[in-house]
Design a protein around this ligand. Structure first.
Ligand code: ADP
Ligand code: ZN
Length: 290
């Protein structure tokens, strides 16, 4: 099958032509500017191929309710130009094929479950720590949606006693995203994360917040694997700190060897690297065609 995949992010769109085994034959990246401009690139990229289905993993919030009049839309995003954008409808106009649509992080979770770090498992979480913080979940073999879709990146965290930073989430101030996203790091320390690599206190604090969220996800969903991606996780020394904090927070309560002894294999980087989202979008395309 020839499948089209889109991972639509706030900074860039990753597009691919591939198949239902997760092979990527062709890949292209376009900056996220205005919908007319970005979508023109996407459509030109797919046009020469005889695509049989399309999968889209999109930044959100998105409308995933199939019976909703705005199904397939990006809804109330702070990225003004994209608010109320009919993503699925726009693609359907140009490509009248089945289209699968989900959040970017759900797509990445599915990609990692099929072909990445969570292969062979029944559940996993995919957490991205980048411009925002988002988390996708596969639970008992299915992507988790609920009422709208989970927004685990905005969960509330206990603040560090020495941290006076107000947080930057426009809705909540000091939620997880407000305290630990890439832009939050930049605002708190006055430099981009990539320029703070050798500042231990930066990453200790980052791990303090990420670990609280992950510990809570483990308590709520009991995922079999926790996968962390996104720009901030390029600071690979953060992950060991996160693991240690998670163990300390859970304090032996979750009695499983994975957490007690094998946490290095439990909270991990994406097996598919930067292709988790776009590979997951291929899986969404294949599912839409079934
Ligand atoms: P997006 O979330 O927009 O899809 P990214 O996942 O690359 O894109 O996240 C971008 C954020 O990650 C920015 O705030 C940037 O400062 C931060 N970031 C990117 N690379 C690094 C790095 N090597 N170390 C620390 N932070 C980084
Ligand atoms: Zn928030």
């Amino acid at each position: 099958m020839i499948l089209g995949a889109i991972e639509a992010g706030g900074t860039k769109f990753v597009c691919a032509i591939g198949d239902e085994q997760g092979n990527i034959h062709e890949r292209a990246v376009f900056p996220t500017t205005a919908p007319e401009e970005t979508m023109a690139h996407v459509i030109d990229f797919f046009r020469p191929h005889r695509i049989e289905a399309i999968g889209i993993g999109s930044f959100g919030p998105v409308d995933l309710r199939p019976d909703s009049p705005t199904y397939g839309y990006i809804t109330s995003t702070p990225k003004q130009a994209w608010a109320q954008f009919d993503f699925v409808g726009t693609m359907k106009q140009h490509f009248p094929v089945p289209i699968g649509f989900d959040t970017d992080v759900n797509a990445a979770a599915l990609g990692e479950l099929r072909w990445g770090a969570a292969q062979g498992l029944d559940s996993c979480l995919y957490m991205t720590v980048g411009t925002g913080i988002g988390v996708g979940a596969v639970v008992e073999g299915r992507l988790l949606h609920g009422m709208l879709h989970p927004e685990m990146g905005h969960m509330f965290v206990r603040r560090h006693p020495d941290d006076a930073f107000a947080g930057i989430c426009p809705y909540h101030g000091d939620c997880l995203e407000g305290m630990a996203s890439g832009p939050a790091i930049e605002r708190r320390w006055g430099k981009k994360g990539a320029e703070l690599a050798d500042r231990h206190e930066v990453w200790e604090l980052e791990a303090f917040y990420l670990a609280q969220a992950i510990a809570n996800y483990i308590l709520v969903l009991s995922p079999e694997k926790v996968i962390t991606g996104g720009g901030v996780m390029k600071q690979t020394h953060v992950l060991p700190l996160v693991r240690r904090h998670v163990q300390e927070l859970l304090n032996g309560y979750v009695q499983h060897e994975t957490i007690l002894e094998k946490i290095d294999e439990y909270i991990v980087l994406p097996g598919l690297g930067d292709n988790a989202g776009v590979a997951g979008a291929l899986a969404l395309a294949a599912a839409a065609n079934e």
